[in-house]
Design a protein around this ligand. Structure first.
Ligand code: GDP
Ligand code: MG
Length: 447
């Protein structure tokens, strides 16, 4: 996960507490020192670190555990609480109003991840059943609008761009009569190397014309503690309403950016944890700290599982399964649903207890790669082959293999999986569907 080192050292410090014979001042001091070291290594500001650790000591001294609460649990609770405060306490969600469209504008310096985040946000809201479009107002970098078009196509949302026009406000006006057909409009803007007057002026003009409902500042995690002054500068000049910290996956110093941004006036709404459209998480300090401390993040897991497959669709597939009509297309849809949930290894991190199991990484990755390969090979099949996999013989396998670049043995594997699923299916035809589904769900690949 992000902030792996911090997570490991915090977990180790807490582990010592759980196994300590007594919880006295000495153990508390030791814990506090370990936490200090861990936070400083993650680039959290020295003053913030000392404030936090003093608070932990003070609360442990002055507050009383609730009845029956063991001292060590009381101490861990205080640590959890204080770390959560350090990162901003509550989740500050963006409330999408009924207004059409609800406009979210992204601002930030060059290379901070605005365009990538525009694609991620479009993907995020599209999955939540909003009709989303993007609008490219970065006329500063030549290829910027084309890049936005590519990420928008990738997640399947409308992208408004005009690659000739130099004036962002004119581009906005260009398409003005079409925006009302969308629930959410995500607006990508230009950056500069620093917050120059030129950029402020440009953003002010856009701001005035567009009147966005949310103005999100994009900050790359590697900016560390300087995130605070950057957030404050943008807040003063363009009145930002929230922050997205990107590239959390790329640095051990992300603690600096998170804690620094948390003390600025605008709060962190999302974090970017990779380059792909799915690599965006809502930022929820209590859950984030639970994960750092290894407590598992059930809520995030449920959220991902919910968006992966709509209920209607899964009902539909269930029905067809029971009639014995299950074909490769269905298997494919199941697999797509799985890939929407993000990578398996990332997903498992969210399951309480899973991260402790230390599943070997190659086990997870092989599984994931296999799914990807199956998907590629299915893309090389004809519609008839997908619907009636029985007709796929040796020569078809060779053709599919050379078309997709996937070894024939893996395609045979896929067909074997399919046959197994199908066989289970036909043995259950005509039985009580409710009972059967419960029994089979665990065994059908991808379900
Ligand atoms: P912009 O100039 O602000 O629009 O920045 P871009 O969206 O073009 O992103 C700059 C680079 O950062 C690209 O190579 C992105 O792939 C990369 N990037 C953006 N967000 C993330 C992230 O969360 N993690 C990682 N690893 N890379 C990211
Ligand atoms: Mg850009």
């Amino acid at each position: 996960m992000v902030l792996d080192n911090l997570s490991t050292s915090l977990k180790n410090s807490l582990k010592k507490i759980t196994s300590a014979l007594f919880i006295d001042e000495k153990t508390v001091n030791e814990l506090v020192q370990n936490i200090q070291r861990a936070l400083l290594a993650a680039d959290v500001n020295v003053q913030l670190v000392f404030d936090l650790t003093n608070k932990i000591k003070e609360r442990f001294r002055e507050e009383k555990p609730t009845k029956d609460q063991p001292k060590r649990e009381f101490l861990i609770h205080i640590v959890y609480d204080e770390l959560t405060s350090l990162l901003g306490k509550e989740k500050e969600e963006i409330k999408i109003s009924q207004k059409k469209p609800f406009k979210i504008m992204l601002v930030g310096l060059l290379g901070s991840g605005k365009t990538t985040s525009a694609g991620k946000l479009a993907n995020y809201y599209k999955k939540r059943n909003y009709k989303v479009a993007t609008l490219g107002l970065d006329t500063f970098r030549p290829a910027a609008r084309h890049q936005l078009k590519i990420v928008s196509d990738q997640v399947g949302v409308q992208c408004f761009i005009n690659e000739q026009e130099k004036d962002p406000v004119k581009i906005y006006r260009n398409f003005e009569n079409q925006y009302k057909n969308y629930d959410i409009l995500i607006i990508d803007t230009a950056g500069r190397n620093a917050l120059l007057q030129e950029l402020i002026d440009e953003l002010e003009l856009i701001n005035k014309a567009v009147q966005p409902d949310e103005r999100l500042l994009i900050i790359p995690a590697e900016l560390g503690q300087a995130s605070r002054s950057q957030a404050e500068a943008f807040h003063n000049s363009v009145d930002i309403t929230g922050i997205i910290i990107t590239k959390m996956d790329g640095t051990a110093k992300a603690g600096g950016a998170l804690s620094a941004a948390a003390v600025s006036d605008a709060k962190i709404k999302f974090i970017g944890v990779g380059e792909r459209p799915n690599d965006l998480e809502t930022f929820n300090p209590p859950n984030f700290v639970s994960r750092l401390l290894g407590m598992g993040d059930l809520e995030a897991l449920l959220e991902k599982a919910r968006e992966a497959i709509s209920e209607e669709k899964s009902k539909d597939i269930e029905k067809r399964l029971l009639k014995g009509e299950f074909n490769l297309v269905d298997l494919y849809e199941q697999m797509q649903a799985m890939s929407k949930m993000g990578s398996l290894s990332k997903l498992l991190e969210l399951v309480p207890g899973m991260s402790q199991l230390k599943l070997p990484k190659d086990v997870l990755d092989v599984h994931e790669d296999k799914l990807k390969h199956w998907k590629y090979s299915m893309n090389s099949m004809t519609k008839k082959e997908l619907e009636e996999p029985e007709i796929i013989d040796g020569s078809r396998i060779r053709r599919i293999s050379s078309g997709s670049g996937i070894p024939a043995s893996e395609i045979r594997d896929l067909l074997k999986q399919y046959k197994m699923a199908k066989k289970m299916m036909s043995s259950i035809k005509g039985k009580d569907p409710e009972k059967l589904m419960r029994k089979f769900k665990g065994r059908i690949p991808g379900m």
